[in-house]
Design a protein around this ligand. Structure first.
Ligand code: G3I
Length: 330
């Protein structure tokens, strides 16, 4: 098969992928990203693991490089992520006096979000606030210091003050895979809005579990669309192995492939069915198979798993055709 037709022309919204500073000078990566993408999400350069040092020191130099690359090539940038339960606790410690904690919280948000004021399409202001099983809110250093809902309301209010133009998202995973988590998340969005959080959009990461029955993806998009907010498919990938491949996989590859393609098609159809003003962007977490975090984090996606739309040579993977069929209405 020849090179894939540009995804940014196929998808009825800005099409995004992740970018890392280590990829910016790779000719093959640049060629594929500039052919297919109209938006980029820094994969880790805007997270506290990279931006926040001891004594509340800020270092946005890696983030600046990704943002500059996007600007130089006319690509939108989606910021990811300001406040996340899994980062920052080495500096934002539980023993800090509350007023110092709160002052540094606000200062960090203004330093990061304010730095790119007017230049970001949007931000994942809070990432993954709901518990793994979907039955509540995560307990973390943010919630202990500022309240389980308070830290989120505050983060959105500070981010809005820092950049009034950016679309501000609450971002979460397994919303399609686990209906209870999807329902809790949507109720949380509504609750935070009543508490005065200026949430502008819903980010569904869509790291799809291809084992889920048909209909769950469609149902979540139907339910989330009813809030009337822009929706970002923010981190799409679709690994074929179950649970990191630790379970004996009893189905044939052909059967798993059929499940994978069906789920991706269902998601694309659900996204395309949204009103245009609710289609913020459609982002995959990596553009080509080798770009996937699954390769680095779990040594996966090296086989014919094809957890992304393009293979190592940027040719269409099986799921690519499901997008074509869904977005062209075949
Ligand atoms: O590349 C650097 C290297 O230069 C450095 O020496 C080394 C030691 O710190 O770190 C390397 O960076 C790693 C980076 O991935 C690039 O590989 C970071 O350590 C590592 O923490 C980082 O992991 C990222 C992870 O989030 C945690 O931030 C993954 O790339 C990224 O794919 C993953 O993405 C998350 C989303 O943010 C939220 N949703 C789930 C998704 C997958 O876990």
């Amino acid at each position: 098969a020849g090179p894939a037709a540009p995804l940014k022309d196929l998808v009825p919204a800005p099409f995004g992928a992740t970018a890392m500073t280590g990829q910016l000078d790779d000719p093959a990566w640049r060629e594929a990203v500039l052919r297919h993408c109209s938006q980029l999400t820094p994969e880790w350069e805007q997270k506290m693991e990279r931006t926040l040092g001891p004594g509340f020191a800020h270092d946005f130099s890696a983030s600046d490089r990704v943002v500059a690359f996007a600007r130089d090539h006319g690509l939108r940038v989606h910021g990811h992520t300001v406040i996340w339960y899994s980062q920052g606790s080495e500096v934002f410690t539980d023993d800090l006096p509350r007023d110092r904690f709160a002052a540094e919280y606000d200062r960090y948000i203004h330093a990061l979000v304010g730095r790119y004021r007017g230049r970001m399409a949007g931000w994942d202001v809070v990432n993954e606030p709901v518990t793994e099983d979907g039955n509540g809110l995560r307990d973390c250093h943010w919630s202990r210091a500022l309240g389980p809902e308070g830290y989120m309301v505050r983060a959105f209010q500070q981010a809005k003050a820092a950049d009034p133009d950016a679309v501000l998202f609450l971002n979460e995973y397994n919303l399609e895979n686990i209906p209870a988590k999807g329902a809790t998340f949507l109720r949380l969005v509504e609750r935070l809005l009543t508490l005065g959080a200026p949430i502008d959009g819903i980010g569904t990461q869509s790291h799809l579990n291809i084992e889920i029955p048909a209909g769950r993806v469609r149902d979540f998009f139907r339910d989330s669309a009813s809030l009337g907010l822009p929706i970002h498919v923010s981190e799409l990938d679709f690994p074929m192995q179950r649970d990191g491949g630790h379970l004996p996989d009893l189905r044939s590859t052909a059967e798993r492939r059929a499940q994978q393609v069906a789920r991706v098609g269902e998601l694309a159809e659900a996204f395309a069915a949204l009103p245009e003003r609710q289609r913020y962007a459609f982002t995959t977490w990596g553009l080509r198979d080798p770009d996937s975090w699954l390769v680095r984090a779990e040594g996966r996606n090296r086989t014919d798993e094809s957890a992304l739309l393009l293979d190592a040579e940027a040719r269409p993977n099986p799921a690519y055709q499901a997008l074509v069929d869904a977005f062209t209405g075949r």
